[in-house]
Ligand binder design. Structure first.
Ligand SMILES: [Zn+2]
Length: 188
């Protein structure tokens, strides 16, 4: 597995709970790998377990949130301090579940605390898409995927025909994992 390969949902490693990192651990190499993987696979964010590292680190694509005034795009040992009562349902996808999308209910507003790459503690209160991305990435650190939380009736796969024209078809996690031809099953 190349360092920038993404661990798919069919690989049990994606389900491991990430360990908290001891303070002052050098994360430069890990973060660099995650940045590369996020760029190659065009992600909004990526969590360490998605590149096979079961530790509590995720990063987000800062460029996509120009108005957010982010203290850091690296989140080490993150914790949600507050979750708003109000929830919002919106579509999500995931690099570990390629071409699959579904509607997930998340808190509209959250306050998160984490350490940046230099182990400086920071807090961020945010809402809407950024709050959703942070909750999605945090779930990865506990081995949870959006397909576990999505409304099952809304899960769908985008399939491309020979001309590259996309069509949508319903998707279930179970049918995929039982597919004996899915080579990713043996990739743990
Ligand atoms: Zn994901």
């Amino acid at each position: 597995m190349a360092q920038t390969d993404i661990v798919p949902y069919t690989n049990r490693r994606i389900r491991r709970k990430g360990e908290a990192l001891p303070k002052s651990t050098d994360v430069a190499v890990l973060v660099e790998q995650m940045r590369k993987a996020m760029k190659i696979h065009d992600g909004i964010g990526i969590a360490a377990p998605q590149i096979g590292e079961a530790v509590r680190v995720f990063i987000i694509e800062k460029k996509l949130f120009p108005g957010a005034d982010l203290p850091s795009d690296v989140f080490i040992n993150p914790k949600i301090l507050r979750k708003g009562f109000k929830r919002e349902i919106s579509e999500e996808g995931c690099l570990s579940v390629p071409n699959v999308f579904g509607q997930v209910s998340r808190s509209l507003k959250i306050t998160i605390e984490a350490f940046d790459q230099n182990w400086k503690r920071f807090r961020l209160s945010t809402q809407e898409l950024l709050a959703r991305v942070l909750q999605h990435e945090l779930d990865h650190l506990d081995g949870t995927l959006f397909i576990d939380k999505a409304d099952a009736d809304t899960l769908h796969e985008v399939v491309y025909d020979k001309e590259g024209k996309p069509t949508l078809r319903p998707w279930t996690q179970k049918s995929k994992i039982q597919n004996p031809n899915d080579k990713t099953n043996s990739n743990f």
